[in-house]
Design a binder for this molecule. Sequence first.
Ligand code: FES
Ligand code: FES
Length: 169
Amino acid sequence: MRLKFTLNNQVLVLEADPSMRAIDLLRERCGLTGPKEGCGTGECGACAVWINGETRLSCLMLAAQLQGQSVVTIEGVNQESPARMHLDQMHPDQLHPVQEAFVNCGAVQCGYCTPGMVMTAAQLLACEPAPSRERIREALSGNLCRCTGYHKIVDAVEAAARVMAGETP
Ligand code: FES
Ligand code: FES
């Protein structure tokens, strides 16, 4: 099947088996290894990407479902964000505020959950610029982390919200 979709702001056309999983297409055919496979059954959130601005689990999608869609992975989150109004002056290599906050707050240990966490958190902040800690925990409840105990992840999302609201870190 000839697939055509936008991937991290670039139009991509390729021949692919429409029945392969989207995560496999992204990792193996597109070379984007940011989306991780944890469970493969929709329970850990490590494979989260944005499809048309919504967070979706790429392990539960087929390649054919990407047809005509706009796909953003962790590799492109800093450049293609619903919170773009805050990102217009960003250098292409500059991290998204959520990525930066994860680093600064010590919210990354092994890092396996981090791409999915960042995608989910960045989408939350795009829709809800000032969520409570309880709301952050709720929004991230589909993303599992074995290392951090979640506290620093919630700290990071709060810190990113402040930066995106224009406060100095
Ligand atoms: S790998 Fe997709 S939800 Fe776990
Ligand atoms: S940092 Fe290791 S799973 Fe979250």
